[in-house]
Ligand binder design. Structure first.
Ligand code: FMN
Length: 261
């Protein structure tokens, strides 16, 4: 699915009065559902994990719950996994890679390996009907490994800043976990710069339908915050796991061009 984009690469919207919706679509567009060209096929999920914690990670529990529900729906071979903590990508070191070839100054030569990695990672996204991302909050920000993945897939003139965004309408589920509380009214409200930045990059800039499943206070037991706070954390986790299962089992997928992929 592709959609006309209403702002430029830096977020300016000369004619737009309302912000883009970033919720998961309830239904595929009616005209596409009636299309006689539509051929049902197995859907594919890209699962991305970034937590360094391989034993007790909350975000990994959430992405696993989503994935299990997805596999029950679409089968064992419907998931591609990329674990950025166990297999980190190299940092991007050439600023020219952020720009698609036509936007590079004449004569600029980019390391072929960089462009190949861009193609590989964007290719994984192209092959996926949906992406589920584990997003642990590290120092109020995106984990460096996940930020590096963003550096390779958010490419000006290719996946962003083009009139027809290639990933428009593609669902992106953020499974976030935060040690503290960022609830409305807390002193730390608004300090989570991971979910906010990812929503801008994947949603506003790349046009994906972003939904966040959020858990707070994951460190409440470790920091001895008391039974009442621990109970709140447990309730949040239970609700988040239930939402992950629900979305994995029922997430409406965009109707993609069956001849195009
Ligand atoms: C390097 C690092 C930095 C962290 N920074 C923060 C932080 O800024 N704010 C916060 O609330 N929790 C922070 N935490 C706690 C994690 O957000 C929390 O443990 C969360 O559950 C991590 O996700 P995971 O369980 O999937 O590993 C940090 C943890 C680590 C390891």
């Amino acid at each position: 699915m592709a959609a006309e984009h209403d702002h430029d690469y830096y977020g300016n919207r000369p004619n737009a009065a309302t912000p883009q919706r970033r919720v998961v679509e309830a239904k595929p567009p009616a005209n596409r559902r009636r299309s006689t060209r539509y051929v049902p096929r197995m859907a594919s999920l890209l699962r991305i994990d970034a937590s360094m914690d391989l034993a007790g990670s909350t975000t990994r529990r959430l992405t696993q719950a989503f994935t299990d529900a997805w596999v029950a729906r679409f089968g064992d071979n419907s998931v591609v996994e990329r674990d950025l903590a166990q297999a980190p990508l190299p940092y991007l070191t050439d600023h020219n890679v952020h720009f698609a070839a036509p936007l590079r100054p004449p004569g600029v030569v980019v390391d072929e390996a960089d462009d190949q990695l861009v193609d590989e990672l964007i290719g994984e996204l192209e092959a996926a009907d949906a992406v589920v991302l584990g997003v642990p909050l590290y120092n109020y920000s995106i984990p460096a490994t996940l930020k590096t993945w963003i550096d390779y897939v958010h490419i000006a003139g290719r996946t962003a800043g083009v009139p027809t965004l290639p990933f428009a309408g593609r669902p992106a589920i953020l499974c976030t976990a935060r040690g503290a509380s960022y609830a409305s009214g807390e002193p730390s409200e608004g300090w989570d710069h991971a979910s906010a930045a990812l929503t801008v990059v994947l949603g506003d800039s790349m046009g994906m339908n972003v939904e966040a499943i959020t858990t707070d206070l994951t460190l409440s037991a470790r920091f001895g915050m008391g039974a009442e706070v621990v109970a709140i954390a447990e309730a949040q986790l239970a609700a988040a796991l239930a939402r992950a299962v629900e979305l994995g089992a029922t997430l409406p997928l965009p109707v993609l061009n069956p001849c195009g992929r």
